[in-house]
Design a protein around this ligand. Structure first.
Ligand code: IMP
Ligand code: ZN
Length: 347
């Protein structure tokens, strides 16, 4: 089996993918066509080179967050959001994903309420599951720019829809510009969701802020996103690193996202290696496959080549990721799929 085929065929679980950051060029073109056909105003004037953030992009981190507005203006109606979800799910499956936890921030637009946003995503996922082999679950996002009231409104809605659709909604997460807001102000909303049975994942340490990293670790989320500035070598402290090593909270790492937004200078110096060597559960993810022009199989390939992992180590990375999925009832199925692949290829 050649290398590309191996990475494509390796059954992969994707645990950190923002819907609006995952829109491919093909999906955005379809959405633009849908807008034109339905007479909806298309305010994007979106050129893909503006949406995509490649290596060496000169925009700062806060500017990078502006690109999501382009996607948001193409997913502001229930129909467009449905198309975006359907096409994106298909792309993850085509890339060899067997399980996806898609995340997205409910937004109020001129065409839909936050309730409709969540309902649309749930319906699109349920409908796609009728013809896809990939299993999909939803994590609802809270943006760090939200007010406390809005965050609590989203947490309440998430709990309500989790009770109605426990087969779809599995978690809640905190994301958005790491320079905006404070973690502490979102603790009541996140706690409300956690107490109702939802799993929690937090974007953590995207910028150097050891005080906030400690607050997040003490909250003991089920998973962390990025975890860039936790080790002292990367802007963390002895305390943040020792606490993570003790708690062993699984971390969703997104190599290309970190390199292209310059949180990490290059692949070689990515914190993946220190996490892997310290046996912190580390899950390879894409973050925003559309914005960063990548795919999960490509992220595995980059990681494996950069850190010289063997095929057996690669397959075990994918196998270990299954342990940290939020949907408890599919863990065994995923595990068996990976073990079957490992056995078939004598890894
Ligand atoms: P959406 O939630 O489906 O609209 O996906 C896009 C949103 O995800 C952005 O507006 C951000 O709030 C969030 N997001 C995407 N990538 C990142 C990241 O690297 N760090 C923090 N938040 C992110
Ligand atoms: Zn993210």
């Amino acid at each position: 089996m050649d290398s590309d085929t191996f990475f494509l065929e390796l059954p992969k679980v994707e645990l950190h993918a923002h819907l609006n950051g995952s829109l491919s060029q093909a999906t955005m073109l379809q959405l633009k066509r849908f807008h034109a056909d339905s007479g909806l105003e298309d305010k994007t004037n979106a050129f893909f080179d503006e949406f995509q953030i490649g290596a060496g992009d000169t925009r700062n981190l806060t500017d990078c967050f502006q690109v999501f507005n382009i996607a948001h203006s193409l997913t502001s109606t229930p129909e467009a959001l449905t198309i975006a979800t359907r096409l994106t799910l298909q792309e993850f499956q085509d890339d060899g994903c067997c399980y996806l936890e898609l995340r997205s921030t409910p937004k109020e637009t001129p065409h839909m309420t936050k309730v409709q946003y969540i309902e649309t995503l749930v319906k699109a996922i349920q409908k796609s599951s009728l013809h896809l082999t990939m299993i999909t679950r939803l994590i609802v996002s809270i943006n760090r720019k939200s007010s406390i009231t809005e965050a609590e409104e989203i947490a309440k809605l998430t709990v309500e829809y989790y009770k109605k659709h426990p087969d779809v909604i599995v978690g809640i997460e905190l994301s958005g510009d790491p320079m905006a807001g404070t973690f502490q102000s979102f603790v009541p909303a996140l706690t409300q969701a956690r107490n109702a049975g939802l799993k929690v994942t937090l974007h953590c340490g995207e910028v150097c802020n050891p005080v906030e990293v400690m607050e997040m670790l003490k909250f003991k989320p089920d998973r962390l996103g990025h975890g860039t500035c936790i080790h002292p070598k990367y802007g963390g402290t002895e305390e943040t690193w020792e606490t993570l090593c003790k708690l062993k909270i699984p971390v969703e790492v997104c190599l290309t996202s970190n390199v292209n937004t310059k949180s990490t200078p290059d692949y070689e110096s990515h914190h993946f290696k220190v996490f892997y060597d310290a046996e912190i559960p580390t899950i390879i993810c894409t973050d925003d496959k559309g914005v960063f022009s990548t795919s999960l199989s490509q992220e595995y390939q980059i990681c494996v080549k950069t850190f010289s992992l063997t095929s057996s180590q690669t397959a075990r990375l994918a196998l270990n990721a299954c342990q940290y999925v939020f949907a408890d009832n599919v863990r065994k199925t995923l595990n068996d799929k990976l073990l079957n692949f490992i056995g078939k290829h004598s890894l």
